[in-house]
Design a protein around this ligand. Structure first.
Ligand code: ATP
Ligand code: MG
Length: 336
């Protein structure tokens, strides 16, 4: 059975953009494939500590898992949820991979350049996390790792490290699919980019300061609806999907389609010819309000104990698989 592996950092509360663009597509992908694939969903807490954490990491972790469940993730014997730091083989393999990775290839990572830009002295974790990521993937022989475009370079790095390792020591690691095949597997053509409500030229980001720019999954639904009502639009007076000239209106149409799980094209045709924006805003505000009310109710009905139970089971599974792989690697290197 092939493995799909995914994770989302629990550094802070998630936005509607994170939900519609990352969490929900992942849950749908997992539900679709979990009868023929192993699905590993992990909270990369060791990745979290390379940057600032809002609140309590453990609480955020539990909350993030509740979000997966509230988004409809179906649990069966092939779906495993675990915390990275509860599987020590991740850090062990990271160290070993550090010893076959080169400074040259690791220094070329764009994410590292961007994340360390302007910082007087960035921590070594920011430099090394792609290698930890490679360990996260290779320990489980994962083939598909649904990720945003900004992470594709790290998949290529993982593939290179795995091939180098296999050339030297024999077929120990499964080589993850090429990024082009990853995209095909995810079934997306363009990544979903929910826009900032006040500055729709930019994407919605949790780190944006202005509260009215973003909808958080924990927002009071009424408050979220108000944010939609005050979203920036334009003065063209026509409802049309045109991200370039009308990013605000296009963003609302996009949100309306995703929140209700209907094709964007259907939403666009339903509103074609409309000249005032008020009605559209009211409809989207209502959709978001209903979605958040339902989502928050679902996630608040999930008990911490339930999540902890899933984590414990997942961690038994993950430790078994990861330790087996680690032992093969240790033997290859002469450590065992
Ligand atoms: P930050 O401002 O800290 O970068 P972020 O909101 O961009 O936060 P990330 O932690 O960088 O969130 O990304 C988590 C996941 O959410 C990634 O898979 C990313 O592609 C996705 N994502 C982030 N923002 C959006 C958005 N506006 N629309 C759709 N997907 C998004
Ligand atoms: Mg980001």
């Amino acid at each position: 059975m092939k493995t799909i592996l995914t994770g989302i950092r629990a550094n802070s509360e998630l936005t509607l953009g994170n939900y519609l663009g990352a969490l929900l597509p992942m849950v749908r992908l997992a539900n679709k494939h979990s009868s023929e694939y192993q699905v590993n969903i992990f909270v990369p807490d060791l990745h979290s500590i390379i940057s600032e954490i809002d609140g309590n990491l453990q609480e955020n972790t539990i909350k993030t898992i509740k979000y997966y469940l509230a988004a409809g993730l179906k649990i069966n014997d092939n779906v495993h949820i675990y915390r990275q730091s509860y599987v020590p083989a991740h850090s062990e393999l990271c160290w070993i991979l550090n010893c076959i990775a080169t400074m040259g290839e690791t220094s070329r990572m764009i994410q590292y350049k961007e994340k360390s830009k302007g910082q007087e002295s960035s921590n070594v974790g920011i430099f090394d996390y792609p290698i930890l990521m490679a360990a996260d993937i290779l320990l489980y022989d994962a083939t598909y790792i649904p990720l945003g475009e900004d992470q594709f370079q790290h998949i290529e790095l993982t593939r290179n490290l795995a091939m180098r390792f296999n050339n030297r020591f024999g077929e120990i690691f499964t080589i993850p699919a090429k990024t082009a095949d990853q995209v095909k597997f995810m079934g997306v053509t363009d990544g979903i980019r929910i826009r900032d409500l006040l500055n729709p030229e930019k994407k919605m980001s949790k780190s944006t300061k202005a509260e009215n720019s973003k909808i958080m999954l924990s927002d009071e639904p009424e408050r979220a609806a108000k944010k939609i009502m005050s979203a920036t639009t334009d003065s063209l007076g026509k409802v049309k999907f045109d991200m370039f000239n009308q990013p605000g209106i296009s963003n609302l149409l996009q949100i309306e389609a995703l929140v209700n799980d209907i094709p964007l094209q259907d939403v666009v045709s339903a509103w074609a010819g409309e000249t005032s924006y008020g009605k559209l805003k009211e409809k989207v505000a209502k959709s978001v309000l209903e979605m958040l009310t339902d989502f928050q109710e679902k996630s608040s009905n999930i008990l911490d104990e339930e999540v902890l139970h899933l984590l414990k089971m997942g961690e038994v599974y993950a430790n078994t698989v990861a330790n087996e792989k680690l032992l093969e690697v240790q033997k290859a290197f002469g450590l065992r």
